[in-house]
Design a protein around this ligand. Sequence first.
Ligand code: GCO
Length: 419
Amino acid sequence: MLGFFFVSGIIQPMIRFPSDFLWGAATSAHQVEGNNTGSDWWKWEQSGGGKEPSAAACGHYEKFRQDFDLVRSLGHTCHRLSVEWSRIQPAENEFSDQAIAHYKDVISSLRERHIEPVVTLHHFTNPQWFSDKGGWSHPDAVKLFCAYVDRVIDALAGNVTYWVTINEPLIYLFYSHIAGDWPPNKRSLIQAVAVRKNLIRSHIAAYRLIHAAYKKRSLAPPRVSIAHHMPAYVACTCTIRNRAAVWLRNRLVNYNILDILSRHKTLDYIGVNYYSRTLVDAESWSIPDLLFRSCCRNHETLAKNSMGWEVYPQGIYEVLMKLRKYRLPVFILENGICTGDDRLRWEYIRRHLLKVHEAIQCGIRVIGYTYWSLMDNFEWDKGFDPRFGLIGIDYRTGSRTIRESARNYSAVCATSQLE
Ligand code: GCO
């Protein structure tokens, strides 16, 4: 998978990815669609939560066809998006035919453009009615989520193969129920334990439900997973305590949930979201230090994104290599950078892809990569400042601009090759 090509007298090595590798970019409903009025995030934003309200966001709910034309023109072969629970089920006993028809159109539009959809069922936002009932800590949470999943599958089964049940369950758990920064803004370890259990059970139940539905309809088996946030944990100094903390965080954050889900045989692939490293610096043997303390000093002068996360491509290789034991294909569902410097964006993508390729060479079966994100969007409590997009958005006019990084990435998508 290593070739050569000739540029101005210099022979450049050229790396090749598998020819059926899926190339694309990712979004989530609340971050791009706009006016997601039935969700708990919307309500929280209206009451002053976060930096600014999501409002019309990118207007993608209306402009999806135009956006998918851009996706097509960039040569992407897949696209990750989420369907919005609060639109599909605006009240506990009500499903919206209109919203279901909308998402059917969205998926058909991708198919018409020969783009493989990768569909997330839960990406951080909940219907307000679900939240009012107690949300993910409610004893019926699994049943309630599955009723929604059932409707979505009924509508989209024939047109979708790749499903993501829940995006970053542990990130949701942490920010919504431990740190309390995101709705429902709870800080309760007891509740967090219940939420974790329900998120895991919901994935397992949804996995089984989706597989059963495909079987019943005699469809080719779906591929179902979660999108799992996996940082590279690196000891800031090589003390026994820091190494113990790295081991512990890897166990608890990176592997525990994968171990559980793979033991239940409910992962058809592993969905990985990788952005950066965490420099682990435990000043004492206390649990908060071991689990959460990270170093803020500058060890190396690594480039950073506009939110301060270090660019650390080696980490994606380390994370991928440690997935070998699961013997499952891996789909990189998020990897990206928010920056005002588009050359750094392309450098980020290129250097991470080189590392992904290295992992493939070492035997890890990576089947696809979706850059986060297709377009600039609403970065949750940070608002619209962070610019992750391959496509720039002018929020005043709604106009889209294809960035140079998107064009460079497009060449990789078209050829499955990288210089
Ligand atoms: C997440 C989400 C995305 C974010 C992205 C950048 O991982 O938090 O899946 O919604 O926007 O990761 O922070």
